[in-house]
Design a protein around this ligand. Structure first.
Ligand SMILES: Cc1cc2nc3c(=O)[nH]c(=O)nc-3n(C[C@H](O)[C@H](O)[C@H](O)COP(=O)(O)OP(=O)(O)OC[C@H]3O[C@@H](n4cnc5c(N)ncnc54)[C@H](O)[C@@H]3O)c2cc1C
Length: 420
Protein backbone atom coordinates (compact mmCIF):
# COMPACT_ATOMS: atom_id res chain seq x y z
CA UNK A 1 0.00 0.00 0.00
CA UNK A 2 1.46 3.39 -0.92
CA UNK A 3 1.68 6.00 1.87
CA UNK A 4 -0.73 8.14 -0.16
CA UNK A 5 -1.13 9.80 -3.55
CA UNK A 6 0.69 12.97 -4.52
CA UNK A 7 0.45 14.95 -7.75
CA UNK A 8 3.47 17.07 -8.59
CA UNK A 9 2.71 20.04 -10.85
CA UNK A 10 5.76 20.70 -13.03
CA UNK A 11 8.43 18.33 -14.34
CA UNK A 12 11.38 20.67 -13.85
CA UNK A 13 14.20 20.36 -11.35
CA UNK A 14 12.15 20.98 -8.21
CA UNK A 15 9.26 18.78 -9.37
CA UNK A 16 11.51 15.85 -10.34
CA UNK A 17 13.65 15.97 -7.18
CA UNK A 18 10.45 16.21 -5.10
CA UNK A 19 8.90 13.26 -6.95
CA UNK A 20 12.05 11.24 -6.31
CA UNK A 21 12.02 11.97 -2.57
CA UNK A 22 8.28 11.23 -2.29
CA UNK A 23 8.73 7.86 -4.02
CA UNK A 24 11.58 7.09 -1.61
CA UNK A 25 9.12 7.71 1.22
CA UNK A 26 6.55 5.33 -0.24
CA UNK A 27 4.09 7.69 -1.98
CA UNK A 28 2.35 6.97 -5.29
CA UNK A 29 3.37 9.94 -7.41
CA UNK A 30 2.04 11.48 -10.63
CA UNK A 31 3.97 14.28 -12.34
CA UNK A 32 1.86 16.62 -14.48
CA UNK A 33 3.98 18.60 -16.93
CA UNK A 34 2.65 21.37 -19.17
CA UNK A 35 5.27 20.92 -21.88
CA UNK A 36 5.90 18.11 -24.35
CA UNK A 37 8.84 16.81 -22.32
CA UNK A 38 10.40 17.02 -18.87
CA UNK A 39 12.69 19.94 -18.06
CA UNK A 40 11.23 22.31 -20.64
CA UNK A 41 11.49 25.36 -18.34
CA UNK A 42 14.86 26.49 -16.98
CA UNK A 43 16.13 22.99 -16.14
CA UNK A 44 17.92 22.04 -19.36
CA UNK A 45 19.19 25.57 -20.04
CA UNK A 46 21.13 25.83 -16.84
CA UNK A 47 24.83 25.96 -16.09
CA UNK A 48 24.83 22.69 -14.17
CA UNK A 49 26.49 24.17 -11.07
CA UNK A 50 25.80 22.48 -7.77
CA UNK A 51 27.26 25.38 -5.92
CA UNK A 52 26.46 25.80 -2.22
CA UNK A 53 29.29 28.34 -1.99
CA UNK A 54 27.51 30.61 -4.44
CA UNK A 55 24.56 30.91 -2.15
CA UNK A 56 24.26 34.63 -1.58
CA UNK A 57 20.78 35.90 -2.44
CA UNK A 58 20.48 37.92 -5.64
CA UNK A 59 19.09 41.19 -4.23
CA UNK A 60 22.32 42.99 -3.42
CA UNK A 61 23.34 46.61 -3.97
CA UNK A 62 25.62 45.55 -6.87
CA UNK A 63 22.76 43.92 -8.72
CA UNK A 64 20.55 46.97 -8.18
CA UNK A 65 23.34 49.11 -9.70
CA UNK A 66 23.63 46.70 -12.66
CA UNK A 67 19.84 46.87 -13.24
CA UNK A 68 19.81 50.67 -13.20
CA UNK A 69 22.76 50.73 -15.61
CA UNK A 70 20.86 48.50 -18.02
CA UNK A 71 17.94 50.94 -18.03
CA UNK A 72 20.23 53.85 -18.87
CA UNK A 73 22.34 51.94 -21.35
CA UNK A 74 20.31 48.97 -22.68
CA UNK A 75 22.27 45.78 -23.34
CA UNK A 76 25.20 46.74 -21.12
CA UNK A 77 24.66 44.83 -17.86
CA UNK A 78 23.88 41.23 -16.98
CA UNK A 79 20.80 42.01 -14.90
CA UNK A 80 18.63 43.41 -17.66
CA UNK A 81 15.54 45.49 -17.20
CA UNK A 82 13.68 47.01 -20.08
CA UNK A 83 11.73 50.21 -19.47
CA UNK A 84 8.77 48.71 -21.37
CA UNK A 85 8.56 45.77 -18.96
CA UNK A 86 8.64 47.91 -15.81
CA UNK A 87 4.83 47.92 -15.25
CA UNK A 88 4.80 44.10 -15.40
CA UNK A 89 7.68 43.60 -12.99
CA UNK A 90 7.08 46.62 -10.73
CA UNK A 91 5.66 44.55 -7.83
CA UNK A 92 8.70 42.28 -7.89
CA UNK A 93 11.16 45.17 -8.25
CA UNK A 94 9.87 47.29 -5.38
CA UNK A 95 10.14 44.32 -3.03
CA UNK A 96 13.54 43.40 -4.53
CA UNK A 97 14.85 46.89 -3.71
CA UNK A 98 13.56 46.57 -0.14
CA UNK A 99 15.39 43.23 0.21
CA UNK A 100 18.72 44.48 -1.09
CA UNK A 101 19.53 46.43 2.11
CA UNK A 102 22.25 45.11 4.42
CA UNK A 103 20.20 43.50 7.17
CA UNK A 104 17.56 41.79 5.01
CA UNK A 105 20.27 40.61 2.61
CA UNK A 106 22.33 39.04 5.43
CA UNK A 107 19.30 37.38 6.99
CA UNK A 108 18.24 35.91 3.63
CA UNK A 109 21.77 34.61 3.11
CA UNK A 110 21.77 32.91 6.53
CA UNK A 111 18.42 31.35 5.73
CA UNK A 112 19.54 30.11 2.31
CA UNK A 113 22.50 28.51 4.07
CA UNK A 114 20.01 26.33 5.96
CA UNK A 115 19.27 24.64 2.63
CA UNK A 116 22.74 24.91 1.14
CA UNK A 117 24.38 23.13 4.05
CA UNK A 118 22.39 20.03 3.14
CA UNK A 119 23.09 20.13 -0.61
CA UNK A 120 26.43 18.28 -0.73
CA UNK A 121 25.31 15.33 1.40
CA UNK A 122 21.99 14.89 -0.42
CA UNK A 123 23.65 15.12 -3.83
CA UNK A 124 26.20 12.51 -2.73
CA UNK A 125 23.27 10.21 -1.91
CA UNK A 126 21.96 10.63 -5.46
CA UNK A 127 25.42 9.77 -6.76
CA UNK A 128 25.49 6.66 -4.55
CA UNK A 129 22.03 5.70 -5.85
CA UNK A 130 23.39 5.93 -9.42
CA UNK A 131 20.97 8.71 -10.46
CA UNK A 132 23.74 11.28 -10.83
CA UNK A 133 26.64 9.77 -12.75
CA UNK A 134 28.55 12.77 -14.12
CA UNK A 135 29.28 15.00 -11.14
CA UNK A 136 32.56 16.86 -11.71
CA UNK A 137 34.68 18.38 -8.96
CA UNK A 138 37.90 19.61 -10.58
CA UNK A 139 37.19 23.10 -9.23
CA UNK A 140 35.96 26.43 -10.54
CA UNK A 141 38.62 28.66 -12.07
CA UNK A 142 37.92 32.30 -11.25
CA UNK A 143 39.52 34.51 -13.91
CA UNK A 144 40.21 38.24 -13.79
CA UNK A 145 41.98 40.86 -15.89
CA UNK A 146 43.65 42.54 -12.89
CA UNK A 147 45.20 41.39 -9.63
CA UNK A 148 42.95 43.80 -7.68
CA UNK A 149 39.81 42.18 -9.12
CA UNK A 150 41.18 38.69 -8.44
CA UNK A 151 41.99 39.65 -4.84
CA UNK A 152 38.53 41.12 -4.26
CA UNK A 153 36.87 38.02 -5.69
CA UNK A 154 39.10 35.73 -3.61
CA UNK A 155 38.35 37.76 -0.45
CA UNK A 156 34.64 37.36 -1.04
CA UNK A 157 34.98 33.56 -1.44
CA UNK A 158 37.18 33.49 1.65
CA UNK A 159 34.30 34.98 3.63
CA UNK A 160 31.96 32.33 2.17
CA UNK A 161 34.42 29.63 3.23
CA UNK A 162 34.20 30.99 6.80
CA UNK A 163 30.49 30.22 6.68
CA UNK A 164 31.54 26.59 6.29
CA UNK A 165 30.20 26.18 2.77
CA UNK A 166 33.48 25.50 0.94
CA UNK A 167 37.21 25.24 1.58
CA UNK A 168 39.29 28.43 1.46
CA UNK A 169 40.07 29.41 -2.15
CA UNK A 170 43.53 28.52 -3.46
CA UNK A 171 46.26 31.20 -3.88
CA UNK A 172 46.16 33.65 -6.77
CA UNK A 173 47.91 32.46 -9.93
CA UNK A 174 49.45 34.54 -12.69
CA UNK A 175 48.90 34.00 -16.38
CA UNK A 176 51.59 31.39 -17.00
CA UNK A 177 50.27 29.13 -14.23
CA UNK A 178 46.72 29.68 -15.42
CA UNK A 179 47.70 28.56 -18.93
CA UNK A 180 49.16 25.37 -17.50
CA UNK A 181 45.73 24.62 -16.05
CA UNK A 182 43.76 25.78 -19.08
CA UNK A 183 45.73 26.30 -22.32
CA UNK A 184 42.78 27.91 -24.11
CA UNK A 185 42.61 31.06 -21.98
CA UNK A 186 42.55 34.45 -23.69
CA UNK A 187 44.41 37.67 -22.83
CA UNK A 188 41.83 38.91 -20.28
CA UNK A 189 42.59 35.92 -18.05
CA UNK A 190 45.67 37.44 -16.43
CA UNK A 191 45.03 36.51 -12.79
CA UNK A 192 42.90 33.84 -11.23
CA UNK A 193 42.53 31.15 -8.64
CA UNK A 194 40.92 27.78 -8.17
CA UNK A 195 37.90 27.52 -5.94
CA UNK A 196 36.81 24.05 -4.76
CA UNK A 197 33.72 22.74 -3.07
CA UNK A 198 31.25 23.59 -5.81
CA UNK A 199 30.65 20.87 -8.40
CA UNK A 200 28.86 20.56 -11.71
CA UNK A 201 26.99 18.19 -14.01
CA UNK A 202 24.98 18.13 -17.22
CA UNK A 203 21.46 19.22 -16.20
CA UNK A 204 19.80 17.69 -19.29
CA UNK A 205 21.33 14.33 -18.50
CA UNK A 206 20.11 14.69 -14.92
CA UNK A 207 16.54 15.46 -16.06
CA UNK A 208 16.60 12.40 -18.35
CA UNK A 209 18.02 10.11 -15.68
CA UNK A 210 15.58 11.31 -13.02
CA UNK A 211 12.72 10.81 -15.49
CA UNK A 212 13.89 7.25 -16.30
CA UNK A 213 14.36 6.39 -12.63
CA UNK A 214 10.90 7.73 -11.70
CA UNK A 215 9.19 5.85 -14.55
CA UNK A 216 10.96 2.64 -13.59
CA UNK A 217 9.63 3.05 -10.05
CA UNK A 218 6.04 3.39 -11.20
CA UNK A 219 5.68 7.18 -11.25
CA UNK A 220 3.14 8.33 -13.82
CA UNK A 221 4.58 11.18 -15.87
CA UNK A 222 1.88 12.94 -17.84
CA UNK A 223 3.18 15.44 -20.36
CA UNK A 224 1.28 18.09 -22.37
CA UNK A 225 -0.93 18.60 -19.34
CA UNK A 226 -0.91 22.12 -17.91
CA UNK A 227 -2.61 22.30 -14.56
CA UNK A 228 -5.03 25.22 -14.65
CA UNK A 229 -5.97 25.44 -10.97
CA UNK A 230 -5.38 23.63 -7.68
CA UNK A 231 -7.78 23.53 -4.75
CA UNK A 232 -8.27 21.50 -1.60
CA UNK A 233 -11.73 20.17 -0.70
CA UNK A 234 -11.69 18.46 2.66
CA UNK A 235 -8.95 15.87 2.58
CA UNK A 236 -8.80 15.72 -1.22
CA UNK A 237 -6.95 17.98 -3.63
CA UNK A 238 -8.41 18.71 -7.07
CA UNK A 239 -6.29 19.71 -10.03
CA UNK A 240 -8.12 21.17 -13.00
CA UNK A 241 -6.65 20.23 -16.38
CA UNK A 242 -7.97 20.63 -19.93
CA UNK A 243 -9.04 17.00 -19.94
CA UNK A 244 -10.80 17.01 -16.57
CA UNK A 245 -10.17 17.12 -12.85
CA UNK A 246 -7.45 14.98 -11.25
CA UNK A 247 -8.15 14.05 -7.63
CA UNK A 248 -5.31 13.25 -5.29
CA UNK A 249 -4.29 13.25 -1.64
CA UNK A 250 -1.63 15.99 -1.85
CA UNK A 251 -0.35 18.36 -4.53
CA UNK A 252 3.07 19.96 -4.89
CA UNK A 253 3.17 23.16 -6.94
CA UNK A 254 6.58 23.16 -8.62
CA UNK A 255 5.69 25.15 -11.71
CA UNK A 256 8.82 27.33 -11.68
CA UNK A 257 8.47 30.75 -13.30
CA UNK A 258 4.83 29.99 -14.17
CA UNK A 259 3.80 29.31 -10.57
CA UNK A 260 2.26 32.70 -9.83
CA UNK A 261 -0.91 31.94 -11.82
CA UNK A 262 -1.55 28.87 -9.65
CA UNK A 263 -0.61 30.63 -6.40
CA UNK A 264 -2.87 33.69 -6.68
CA UNK A 265 -6.20 31.80 -6.58
CA UNK A 266 -4.85 30.09 -3.44
CA UNK A 267 -4.41 33.52 -1.81
CA UNK A 268 -0.63 33.71 -2.24
CA UNK A 269 1.16 36.72 -3.77
CA UNK A 270 4.64 35.34 -4.26
CA UNK A 271 5.75 37.84 -6.92
CA UNK A 272 7.44 34.94 -8.74
CA UNK A 273 8.82 36.63 -11.85
CA UNK A 274 10.63 35.08 -14.84
CA UNK A 275 14.32 36.05 -14.94
CA UNK A 276 15.36 34.73 -18.31
CA UNK A 277 18.82 33.24 -18.67
CA UNK A 278 20.61 32.16 -21.82
CA UNK A 279 22.99 29.36 -22.71
CA UNK A 280 24.74 28.09 -25.82
CA UNK A 281 27.41 25.60 -26.79
CA UNK A 282 30.85 26.48 -28.12
CA UNK A 283 33.47 24.20 -29.63
CA UNK A 284 36.85 25.46 -28.35
CA UNK A 285 40.14 24.17 -29.68
CA UNK A 286 41.15 23.52 -26.05
CA UNK A 287 37.97 22.58 -24.19
CA UNK A 288 38.22 23.70 -20.53
CA UNK A 289 38.38 21.13 -17.75
CA UNK A 290 37.26 23.52 -15.00
CA UNK A 291 34.16 25.67 -14.75
CA UNK A 292 35.37 29.13 -15.78
CA UNK A 293 33.98 32.29 -14.14
CA UNK A 294 34.86 35.22 -16.35
CA UNK A 295 35.71 38.27 -14.22
CA UNK A 296 32.79 40.57 -13.53
CA UNK A 297 30.96 39.62 -16.76
CA UNK A 298 28.49 37.29 -14.96
CA UNK A 299 29.14 34.84 -17.78
CA UNK A 300 30.27 31.32 -16.94
CA UNK A 301 31.60 28.39 -18.96
CA UNK A 302 30.86 24.78 -18.01
CA UNK A 303 32.50 21.68 -19.50
CA UNK A 304 29.68 19.16 -20.06
CA UNK A 305 31.05 15.91 -21.42
CA UNK A 306 32.02 16.58 -25.03
CA UNK A 307 30.30 20.00 -24.99
CA UNK A 308 31.27 23.37 -23.55
CA UNK A 309 28.32 25.46 -22.38
CA UNK A 310 28.32 29.22 -21.91
CA UNK A 311 25.65 30.63 -19.53
CA UNK A 312 24.59 34.01 -18.27
CA UNK A 313 22.15 36.95 -18.21
CA UNK A 314 19.13 37.71 -16.06
CA UNK A 315 16.56 39.39 -18.28
CA UNK A 316 13.38 40.71 -16.71
CA UNK A 317 10.98 41.51 -19.52
CA UNK A 318 7.89 40.11 -17.83
CA UNK A 319 7.71 36.99 -20.03
CA UNK A 320 9.00 33.44 -19.47
CA UNK A 321 9.64 32.75 -23.17
CA UNK A 322 11.28 34.37 -26.17
CA UNK A 323 14.96 34.10 -27.10
CA UNK A 324 16.57 37.37 -28.16
CA UNK A 325 19.63 36.66 -30.27
CA UNK A 326 21.09 40.04 -29.23
CA UNK A 327 21.47 38.77 -25.66
CA UNK A 328 23.62 35.89 -26.87
CA UNK A 329 25.76 38.31 -28.89
CA UNK A 330 26.36 40.36 -25.71
CA UNK A 331 27.44 37.21 -23.85
CA UNK A 332 29.82 36.30 -26.67
CA UNK A 333 31.36 39.79 -26.63
CA UNK A 334 31.91 39.54 -22.87
CA UNK A 335 33.35 36.01 -23.00
CA UNK A 336 35.57 36.36 -26.08
CA UNK A 337 38.54 38.11 -24.37
CA UNK A 338 38.81 35.21 -21.90
CA UNK A 339 39.05 32.36 -24.43
CA UNK A 340 41.10 31.66 -27.54
CA UNK A 341 40.48 29.11 -30.27
CA UNK A 342 36.72 29.62 -30.33
CA UNK A 343 34.72 30.31 -33.47
CA UNK A 344 31.97 32.35 -31.81
CA UNK A 345 29.87 32.35 -35.00
CA UNK A 346 29.76 28.54 -34.90
CA UNK A 347 27.95 28.30 -31.56
CA UNK A 348 25.08 25.80 -31.36
CA UNK A 349 22.22 24.83 -29.06
CA UNK A 350 21.18 28.38 -28.18
CA UNK A 351 18.57 28.31 -25.43
CA UNK A 352 16.62 30.59 -23.12
CA UNK A 353 14.91 29.57 -19.90
CA UNK A 354 13.07 31.41 -17.12
CA UNK A 355 14.53 31.36 -13.62
CA UNK A 356 11.73 31.66 -11.07
CA UNK A 357 12.82 34.85 -9.30
CA UNK A 358 11.49 36.04 -5.95
CA UNK A 359 12.03 39.53 -4.53
CA UNK A 360 14.29 38.39 -1.66
CA UNK A 361 16.15 35.65 -3.55
CA UNK A 362 14.74 32.88 -1.35
CA UNK A 363 12.40 30.15 -2.56
CA UNK A 364 8.78 29.82 -1.51
CA UNK A 365 8.38 26.52 0.34
CA UNK A 366 5.42 25.69 2.55
CA UNK A 367 1.74 24.78 2.64
CA UNK A 368 -0.83 27.06 1.03
CA UNK A 369 -2.99 29.02 3.49
CA UNK A 370 -5.99 26.98 4.59
CA UNK A 371 -4.85 24.09 2.37
CA UNK A 372 -2.46 21.89 4.32
CA UNK A 373 -2.38 19.33 1.49
CA UNK A 374 -1.13 21.78 -1.11
CA UNK A 375 2.62 22.28 -0.86
CA UNK A 376 4.29 25.17 -2.69
CA UNK A 377 7.91 24.69 -3.86
CA UNK A 378 9.08 27.33 -6.28
CA UNK A 379 11.04 30.57 -6.58
CA UNK A 380 14.55 29.10 -6.58
CA UNK A 381 16.02 32.00 -8.54
CA UNK A 382 19.56 31.21 -9.83
CA UNK A 383 19.99 28.21 -7.52
CA UNK A 384 17.32 25.65 -8.41
CA UNK A 385 19.78 22.87 -9.16
CA UNK A 386 21.82 23.53 -6.02
CA UNK A 387 18.75 23.75 -3.81
CA UNK A 388 16.62 21.03 -5.41
CA UNK A 389 17.66 18.16 -3.13
CA UNK A 390 17.21 20.00 0.20
CA UNK A 391 13.95 21.49 -1.09
CA UNK A 392 12.66 18.03 -1.99
CA UNK A 393 13.42 16.86 1.52
CA UNK A 394 11.35 19.74 2.99
CA UNK A 395 8.53 19.07 0.51
CA UNK A 396 8.38 15.42 1.52
CA UNK A 397 8.41 16.38 5.22
CA UNK A 398 5.49 18.76 4.59
CA UNK A 399 3.53 16.04 2.78
CA UNK A 400 4.34 13.41 5.39
CA UNK A 401 4.06 15.42 8.60
CA UNK A 402 2.45 18.75 7.63
CA UNK A 403 5.56 20.55 8.93
CA UNK A 404 9.31 20.73 8.27
CA UNK A 405 12.29 22.11 10.15
CA UNK A 406 13.34 25.70 9.25
CA UNK A 407 10.58 25.97 6.67
CA UNK A 408 9.22 29.21 8.16
CA UNK A 409 12.19 31.04 6.56
CA UNK A 410 10.66 30.22 3.17
CA UNK A 411 7.01 30.97 4.02
CA UNK A 412 5.17 31.39 0.68
CA UNK A 413 2.92 34.01 2.34
CA UNK A 414 5.74 36.39 3.29
CA UNK A 415 4.89 38.92 0.57
CA UNK A 416 1.12 38.58 0.89
CA UNK A 417 -0.76 41.31 2.70
CA UNK A 418 -2.82 39.39 5.24
CA UNK A 419 -6.39 40.51 5.90
CA UNK A 420 -7.12 41.37 9.54
C1 LIG B 1 20.89 30.20 -17.96
C2 LIG B 1 20.59 29.59 -16.62
C3 LIG B 1 21.62 29.07 -15.86
C4 LIG B 1 21.35 28.51 -14.62
N1 LIG B 1 22.37 27.92 -13.96
C5 LIG B 1 22.12 27.34 -12.76
C6 LIG B 1 23.16 26.64 -12.10
O1 LIG B 1 24.27 26.52 -12.62
N2 LIG B 1 22.90 26.11 -10.88
C7 LIG B 1 21.67 26.22 -10.30
O2 LIG B 1 21.51 25.77 -9.16
N3 LIG B 1 20.65 26.83 -10.93
C8 LIG B 1 20.84 27.37 -12.14
N4 LIG B 1 19.84 27.97 -12.82
C9 LIG B 1 18.52 28.09 -12.17
C10 LIG B 1 17.72 26.81 -12.25
O3 LIG B 1 17.72 26.31 -13.56
C11 LIG B 1 16.28 27.11 -11.79
O4 LIG B 1 16.31 27.69 -10.51
C12 LIG B 1 15.48 25.81 -11.74
O5 LIG B 1 15.34 25.28 -13.04
C13 LIG B 1 14.11 26.04 -11.11
O6 LIG B 1 13.47 24.79 -11.04
P1 LIG B 1 11.90 24.69 -11.12
O7 LIG B 1 11.54 23.27 -11.11
O8 LIG B 1 11.29 25.60 -10.11
O9 LIG B 1 11.54 25.36 -12.54
P2 LIG B 1 11.78 24.72 -13.97
O10 LIG B 1 12.99 23.88 -13.97
O11 LIG B 1 11.67 25.84 -14.94
O12 LIG B 1 10.52 23.74 -14.12
C14 LIG B 1 9.19 24.20 -14.07
C15 LIG B 1 8.37 23.19 -14.86
O13 LIG B 1 6.98 23.40 -14.61
C16 LIG B 1 6.26 23.26 -15.81
N5 LIG B 1 5.00 23.98 -15.65
C17 LIG B 1 4.81 25.32 -15.59
N6 LIG B 1 3.51 25.61 -15.39
C18 LIG B 1 2.86 24.42 -15.30
C19 LIG B 1 1.49 24.07 -15.09
N7 LIG B 1 0.55 24.99 -14.92
N8 LIG B 1 1.16 22.75 -15.11
C20 LIG B 1 2.12 21.79 -15.28
N9 LIG B 1 3.43 22.09 -15.49
C21 LIG B 1 3.80 23.38 -15.48
C22 LIG B 1 7.20 23.88 -16.85
O14 LIG B 1 6.86 23.46 -18.15
C23 LIG B 1 8.55 23.36 -16.38
O15 LIG B 1 8.86 22.10 -16.93
C24 LIG B 1 20.04 28.50 -14.10
C25 LIG B 1 18.99 28.99 -14.88
C26 LIG B 1 19.26 29.52 -16.13
C27 LIG B 1 18.11 30.00 -16.97
Amino acid sequence: MPAGEVAVVGGGLIGLFSAHELVERGYAVTVLEAGSGLGGGAARVNGGWVCPARSDPLPSRDVVRDGIRSLVSPGSGSFLLSARALPRVAGYLTRFLASSGGRTFSRSWDELDLLNRRTAGLVDELVAAGIIDDLQDEGFLMLHPTREEAEASRASLLSVSRRGLCPAPEPILERRALLELEPGLGDAARFGFVHRGDRWLDPSRLVDRLGESLRSRGVRIVENTPVLAVRQRGTQVELATRSGVVETGHAVIAAGAWAEQLLRPLGIRGYVTPGKGYSFTIHPEHPPTHVLRLGDTHVGVTPMGSRTRVVGMVELDGTPEGLRAGRIDVMKRKAAPYLTGVDWDASTDERVGPRPMTPDGKPLIGCAPGADRVVVATGHNMLGLSLAAPTASLVADLVEHGSAASVSAFDPMRFTRRRR
